[in-house]
Design a protein around this ligand. Structure first.
Ligand code: SF4
Length: 766
C-alpha cells in the first residue's frame, strides 16, 4: 500500500473512531435512584438539552456538549465551539456515558471487612466513613508526625483532597502517575534547557505546520488525544516527512518515510551521533544558535566521539538510513517537529539526558517559536484565588527528606512515588503509616505492584477515593465514592496551545447513588480533622473567582457556548533574539546547573543493561480506545478492545514453535508469571523485545467486564530504577520469557550484542 493511500485510510478510521456506534450493546444501565436536579442553578445545567462541559475520559480535556433528556445523559459530542476538536470526540469521549451508568460503580461508602486485597466490603454511611478516615489521619499524624501521611494523587479532583494533606503538613504527596511514572524526565530536560514545560498536559509542538517530524517512540494514534492526533494527521496530509525511531512497527512507524527499528535502550546513542553529524556537516541553524543559545562549543566538543558508525553498531541500525533520516529533518529546518515525547520514564538512568539530547537537536535546528516547531504557550490571566487552599499549621520539614537524593525534584510537585513506597516498607528515614489515594490505580501504575502490596500491608490505614472498584479499592480500608466528571464541577480549563481558549467542567446530571463531588468530600473531611475547610462555599465561587481575571464568569462563558477564545502569540519574530525563561534568557545547550550536581552538562550515552540470556525486554504502550486501566471496564470500550496481545517477532515465534493467537504466560527475570495472554506473531517487532499494551489484566473481581482479561505488563515489572534527577521510576527494565503449557521457552538471541553494552545480571526482586 502506498503511504498516501494509507493516510487517507487513516483519516477515515479516525473519523470512524469518533463515531463508534453507541448503544449497540443494548441500552443503558438503569440507576437505582432517580436523578435529581444538581441545584447548580446554572443556565444550561440540568434539564437543559445541551450542556457544555469537558471530557475526562483521558487528561486531554476536550470540550464536549452533553445531551440530556429527562434527566438522563443520552449522548456526548464535541463542543462545536471548540477550535480544536469541534464536534469530534474519540471513542473514549463518546463512551463517557458508560462510565456514568456503569453498574460496577462505587455507589456507597464502603468499609473493608475481609483482608486487604480480598475485596470484601460492608456498606456504611458517609458520616461513619468520613469520621473513620479523619480519626486515622489525626491518629497517625499525632503518633508519628505529619510526614507519616502520604497521598497518591492524579487527575482533576485530586487537588481538592491534596489540600488536606498539605494543610496537615506532610511533604509526601505524589503526583503519580502523571509525573513520577510519565513526564518527569521530559519535564526536567526541557525546563532546564529552554525554561518552559513543553510537555505537560499539553504538548506545544506544531505538527500541523511541520515540514518534517521526528518521533522517538512517541506512539501518536495509539495514544490518542483528539487535537494532537488531528494536528499530526494534518501535518502528514500536507506533506510532512516522518521519521520514526521505535523498536516496534507502531502506528506512526507504518506511516513513516523512514522507520529506524532501534535496539531498545540506545536512543541517546543515536541522538548524540545525530547532533555530532549535524554540527560536523553544518546542518544546523547558525543564526538561531548564535542569537539564542549558550554552550554550543561545549556541545560540539562533547559529542565529537559519537560517530554514525559507532551508533549504528550500538543501535543495531544502518548508517545509510540514519544519515537519510537526519538529513530529512535538517533539510526542512526550522519548520520541524522534534517531538519531545511524553511518557519518558523508561530506564531510570539516562532518561532525562535522552530528552536533553532531543531538546538540543531541536535548538540546533532553530525549531522553536516557528511554524512546525515547538511554540510558545499562551499566557492565561486567570485571577489568583486562595479559595481551594486549606489553612494549616506551620510544620517543620523532616530532618531527612525523601526528595533529598533528587536535586531536580523541585519545583515539580510532590515526593517520588518509589521513595514513599520504600519508606513505608522500611520505616526509614521515617515511618509512613497512612496512605490516601485519589484518581490513580496504584497497583496498575507504580512498578513492582508486589512491593506496593507489601507496603500497604505495613500501613496502619489506607483509604481511597474511587469511582470504580479497582485493585487499589480492594486494598483499601475505606472507599469513598466520588462523582464522575459528568456529575461535578472541577475547575477552569485553559487550553494554552495554538487555538487557545478557556472553558469549565460542570455537572451535566446530578451525582448518582451516594457518590459525592470532590469539593464536598474534601470540605467535610477537612472539618472532621479540625481544619477550617475551603474558604469558598461552593464550587462555582472559585471558578468565578478565577474567571474574573479574564473578565468572565460561568454565566458569561455559558452564554458563549461554554468556550471563549484567548489571544495567542505562538511564534517568535525571527529577526530578533528571543528572551527564554531561563536564568540567562537563552537556551542552555550545556547545563552548568547539571554539572554543579555532578551530572553531565552535555548528555553522554549511558547504556542500560541489555536482556539476560533467554529473555526479551518487555515494552508496553497503549491502545487508542483505552486510557490505561481506567477505561477497561467501560461496556463499549471493553467491547471494542477487551484484551491485549503480546507482540512476538515472527522469527522468534518460529524457533519457539508459537503460532499467532496461541495463549502463553509471561515469566519475568525474577520468576513472576503473568495471566495468560494471546500472542500476536509479527515481523513488526525486533527479536530482542516483546510488546504488551498497558492497563489490561485486571485483578479486581468487582470489575465485571474486564476482570481476568488479558495480562498486566505492570505485574511483570518487579525491578525499577529511579531517575537520578527527580526520582521518577523506570518501566522498561524488566525482561520476560514465555511459558507455553508447562514448558518454559527461552527467547533465542537472534541479534548479537555489542561488547560495550552490559547485560542485566539477575538480582533478587526488590
Ligand atoms: S482525547 Fe478522547 S478521551 Fe481524551 S479528552 Fe478528548 S475526547 Fe476525551
Amino acid at each position: 500500500m502506498k503511504r498516501r493511500q494509507f493516510l487517507k485510510l487513516s483519516a477515515a478510521s479516525c473519523a470512524a473512531l469518533a463515531s463508534v456506534q453507541l448503544g449497540k450493546e443494548g441500552g443503558f444501565f438503569k440507576p437505582a435512584t432517580a436523578l435529581a436536579s444538581s441545584g447548580s442553578g446554572l443556565p444550561g445545567s440540568l434539564g437543559a438539552k445541551e450542556v457544555p462541559s469537558v471530557c475526562d475520559m483521558c487528561f486531554w480535556r476536550c470540550p464536549i456538549v452533553a445531551k440530556v433528556k429527562d434527566g438522563r445523559l443520552v449522548k456526548i459530542e464535541g463542543n462545536p465551539k471548540s477550535p480544536l476538536n469541534g464536534t469530534k470526540v474519540c471513542a473514549r469521549g463518546n463512551a463517557g456515558i458508560q462510565l456514568l451508568y456503569d453498574p460496577d460503580r462505587m455507589k456507597y461508602p464502603m468499609k473493608r471487612v475481609g483482608g486487604r486485597g480480598e475485596g470484601k466490603w460492608a456498606r456504611i454511611s458517609w458520616d461513619e466513613a468520613l469520621d473513620e478516615v479523619a480519626h486515622n489521619l489525626k491518629k497517625v499524624r499525632d503518633k508519628y508526625g505529619p510526614h507519616a501521611l502520604a497521598f497518591f494523587d492524579h487527575g482533576a479532583t485530586s487537588e481538592f483532597h491534596r489540600a488536606i494533606f498539605k494543610a496537615l503538613g506532610t511533604e509526601n504527596y505524589s503526583n503519580e502517575p502523571a509525573f513520577f511514572q510519565c513526564v518527569g524526565p521530559v519535564a526536567v530536560a526541557y525546563m532546564s534547557t529552554m525554561g518552559y514545560l513543553v510537555s505537560g498536559t499539553r504538548q506545544y509542538i506544531d505538527m500541523a505546520n511541520a515540514k518534517a517530524m521526528l518521533l522517538v517512540a512517541s506512539h501518536i494514534g495509539e495514544n490518542l488525544h483528539v487535537s494532537h492526533t488531528k494536528e499530526y494527521a494534518e501535518g502528514l496530509a500536507k506533506g510532512a516527512k516522518l521519521v520514526v525511531v521505535d523498536p516496534r512497527f507502531s502506528a506512526p512507524a507504518n506511516k513513516a518515510d523512514i522507520w529506524l527499528p532501534i535496539r531498545p535502550g540506545t536512543d541517546t546513542a543515536l541522538l548524540l551521533a545525530w547532533i555530532n553529524y549535524v554540527i560536523q556537516h553544518d546542518l544546523y541553524d547558525k543564526e538561531f544558535v548564535h542569537k539564542n543559545c549558550n554552550g554550543f562549543e561545549q556541545v560540539k566538543k562533547a559529542v565529537k566521539g559519537y560517530s554514525m558508525e559507532w551508533a549504528a553498531r550500538i543501535c543495531d541500525l544502518n548508517v545509510r538510513d540514519m544519515e537519510a533520516a537526519i538529513r530529512i529533518i535538517a533539510e526542512n529546518r526550522p519548520n520541524v517537529s522534534i517531538h519531545p515525547g511524553r511518557h519518558s520514564t523508561w530506564y531510570g538512568r539516562g532518561d532525562t539526558q535522552r530528552h536533553r539530547a532531543l531538546a538540543i537537536l531541536t535548538a540546533l535546528f532553530g525549531a522553536v517559536g516557528v511554524p512546525g516547531g515547538l511554540y510558545f504557550p499562551t499566557p492565561v490571566h486567570l485571577a489568583h484565588t486562595d479559595c481551594l487552599e486549606i489553612e494549616g499549621e506551620e510544620v517543620e520539614g523532616p530532618e531527612e527528606s525523601l526528595k533529598d537524593n533528587y536535586p531536580f525534584a523541585d519545583p515539580f510537585p510532590g515526593t517520588p512515588t518509589g521513595e514513599i513506597v520504600k519508606a513505608t516498607l522500611t520505616g526509614k528515614p521515617y515511618p509512613i503509616k497512612l496512605w490516601g489515594v485519589c484518581g490513580v490505580n496504584i497497583m496498575q501504575t507504580i512498578p513492582n505492584p508486589y512491593q506496593t502490596m507489601e507496603a500497604v500491608k505495613k500501613l496502619d490505614f489506607i483509604f481511597s477515593i474511587e469511582m470504580l472498584p479497582t485493585e487499589t479499592a480492594i486494598w483499601s480500608d475505606i472507599v469513598l465514592p466520588e462523582a464522575v466528571y459528568l456529575e461535578r464541577y472541577d475547575g477552569v480549563y485553559a487550553y494554552d496551545g495554538i487555538n487557545s481558549y478557556v472553558t469549565v467542567r460542570q455537572p451535566v446530571v446530578a451525582p448518582m447513588f451516594e457518590a459525592k463531588p470532590p469539593f464536598w468530600i474534601a470540605n467535610e473531611l477537612a472539618k472532621r480533622v479540625g481544619l477550617k475547610g475551603f474558604s469558598c462555599k461552593k464550587e462555582e465561587d472559585f471558578i468565578n473567582a478565577e474567571l474574573k481575571g479574564l473578565g468572565l464568569s460561568i454565566e458569561k462563558l455559558m452564554q458563549q457556548g461554554g468556550i471563549v477564545s484567548l489571544k495567542e502569540k505562538p511564534y517568535r519574530d525571527t529577526s530578533k533574539p528571543v528572551k527564554f525563561p531561563t536564568e540567562s534568557g537563552k537556551i542552555e545547550l550545556a547545563l552548568e546547573e547539571f554539572a554543579d550536581e555532578d551530572f553531565d552538562a552535555v548528555p553522554k550515552f549511558e547504556p542500560t543493561p541489555a536482556p539476560p540470556k533467554g529473555f526479551a525486554r518487555l515494552l508496553y504502550g497503549r491502545v487508542p480506545v483505552h486510557t490505561f486501566s481506567r477505561t477497561m471496564n467501560n461496556l463499549w470500550l471493553n467491547h471494542e478492545w477487551p484484551e491485549n496481545h503480546i507482540w512476538l517477532n515472527d522469527k522468534v515465534a518460529a524457533k519457539l514453535g508459537i503460532k499467532d493467537g496461541e495463549e502463553v504466560v509471561m515469566e519475568n527475570q525474577h520468576g513472576y508469571r503473568s495471566m495468560p495472554i494471546k500472542v500476536k506473531v509479527t515481523p513488526g517487532i525486533r527479536p530482542d523485545c516483546v510488546y504488551v499494551p498497558h492497563g489490561f489484566g485486571s485483578r479486581s473481581k468487582h470489575l465485571s467486564k474486564t476482570f481476568g482479561k488479558g495480562a498486566s505488563d505492570q505485574f511483570m515489572i518487579t525491578e525499577y530504577e529511579a531517575d537520578p534527577f527527580m526520582g521518577a521510576s523506570s518501566h522498561r527494565t524488566s525482561f520476560v520469557r514465555l511459558v507455553k503449557g508447562d514448558k518454559v521457552l527461552d527467547i533465542p538471541e537472534l541479534v548479537a550484542l555489542p561488547r560495550e553494552l552490559p547485560r542485566y545480571q539477575v538480582k533478587k526482586a526488590s
